[in-house]
Design a protein around this ligand. Structure first.
Ligand code: HAM
Length: 422
């Protein structure tokens, strides 16, 4: 009997882990510089948390959650996103005490029962970042500036930033009314789901993937035309800050995002290179959610990056190949093998990534092995080298060779590594 991973769940193989680690470590480095702290939250939460937070009528809650009932009859869900859990943790652990503004990030798997396709999985990973406690718009632009800086630090450039404003409760109500009136004119043309959405939560018609609904929504009224004075000022200030920070953007008045908690600023970073799943990150402001969860009235904003999609883009660029060892030790004969075995451990302790083949092989076979591992340098030590007291250090790309004194070989190699020669 052979087992296979569940549909939409994928292994991350050793050849890919390097890319994953580099994305995460670059993220952590940048977030720390911008003043964020890491938080780790559970994988399971009460269903109610997501239903209340994300919204009952959203696809995520109504169709995509992995739910289960535990032995006590509690309804639990595998987290489909992190924001609701972060707010729950913030309130439960009183993270507001002594910190009027909290900047948090978390990295980990999320679960949504969607139809798997390129860039879409049922278990996927997000880098999730939140600023809790500042009403913006400086926070909004700082957050967006940071996400774009993060992508450029990874070497991703052809990305388009879409921004929009969903207004506040005051300006959303007349917009909902106008949208409902507009949708009613096309009632019979809409899919059965959207006919219900039109009544219950007309903004969610924007999320529909059915072609005839997409066509109807194309000419729907724009939220931007309904912004109240304060929301319009907020959006204008955001655009001005982004211009000052030299961050390019397009205003996309149809960017509604698939979650109910957003107010004012929403944004998405899109790419042309991944087909239908073109959003590599998305986020926005959710000023009312904390209060809805019973916490202090705390305006907040955040985003999440889809790590699989970023990995795919980097792999398509092809410049993040698996890094090989710094050094491969190629001893010939028993005495050299025993010495090299000790050097190997000492060099590793000093932080050099080294490999050696323990089966006594000839030089040709060892060089082939070093090549397969993509080692940068090979240290060759045969009987002649032992007699001379000098090993040969060969560069696997340029084929250049230099001699290294064997009585101080470990410190010599460490120094070379420090000078970036290895
Ligand atoms: P979201 O737009 O649902 O937002 O997800 C953010 C990103 O996660 C997407 O842009 C996409 O890159 C990735 N993603 C979503 N679903 C999948 C999937 N099935 N497979 C692969 N990648 C996926 C949120 O989750 C919000 N919580 C973001 C946020 C944080 N808003 C405020 N704070």
């Amino acid at each position: 009997m052979q087992f296979k991973a569940i549909r939409g769940f994928k292994d991350i193989l050793p050849s890919q882990v390097g890319t994953w680690n580099r994305i995460e470590s670059e993220g952590k480095r940048i977030f720390e510089v911008f003043g964020y702290q890491e938080i780790r939250i559970p994988m399971l939460e009460k269903v109610e948390l997501f239903a209340r937070g994300i919204g009952e009528d959203t696809d995520i809650v109504s169709k995509e959650m992995y739910t289960l009932t535990d032995r006590k009859g509690n309804q639990l869900a595998m987290r489909p996103e992190a924001t609701a859990s972060i707010l729950r943790a913030y309130i439960e652990n009183k993270l507001y005490e002594g910190h009027p503004v909290r900047k948090l990030f978390t990295i980990g798997p999320m679960f949504r029962y969607e139809r798997p396709q390129k860039g879409r999985r049922r278990q996927f990973h997000q880098i999730n970042v939140e600023i809790i406690g500042d009403p913006g718009p400086k926070s909004d632009s700082e957050l967006i500036y940071m996400i774009m800086y993060f992508f450029s630090a990874l070497g991703l450039h052809d990305l388009v930033l879409h921004i929009n404003s969903l207004g506040c409760l005051d300006c959303r109500a007349p917009f909902r009314g106008a949208l409902k009136d507009y949708l009613k004119k096309y009632g019979a043309d809409l899919c059965p789901d959207c006919q219900i959405r039109m009544e219950m939560n007309p903004l969610r018609v924007f999320d529909c993937k059915v072609e005839r609904c997409i066509q109807v929504i194309k000419n729907a009224p724009s939220m931007l035309g309904f912004l109240c004075h304060d929301c319009a000022q907020h959006f204008d200030a955001l655009k001005a800050h982004l211009k000052e920070l030299d961050v390019g953007f397009v205003v996309n008045s149809h960017l509604m995002r698939g979650l109910d908690y957003y107010t004012r600023t929403t944004f998405e970073v899109q790419t042309q290179e991944l087909g239908a799943q073109n959003a590599i990150a998305g986020g926005g402001r959710y000023d009312r959610l904390m209060k809805e969860f019973g916490g202090p009235d705390t305006p907040s904003i955040g985003f999440a990056i889809g790590v699989e999609r970023v990995v795919e883009l980097l792999e398509e660029q092809g410049d993040w190949s698996e890094a090989g060892p710094d050094l491969f030790l190629a001893p010939l004969g028993k005495e050299a093998e025993n010495k090299a075995f000790i050097w190997l451990q000492e060099l590793r302790k000093a932080g050099l990534k080294c490999e050696m083949e323990y089966r006594s092989l000839g030089l040709k076979a060892q060089m082939r092995h070093a090549d397969r591992l993509k080692a940068r340098k090979v240290l060759i030590v045969g009987e002649d080298e032992l007699v001379k007291g000098k090993g040969i250090l060969r560069d696997m790309v340029t084929k250049e060779q230099v001699e290294v004194p064997l009585d101080s070989v470990v410190s010599e190699l460490i120094e070379m590594k420090e000078r970036n020669w290895i």
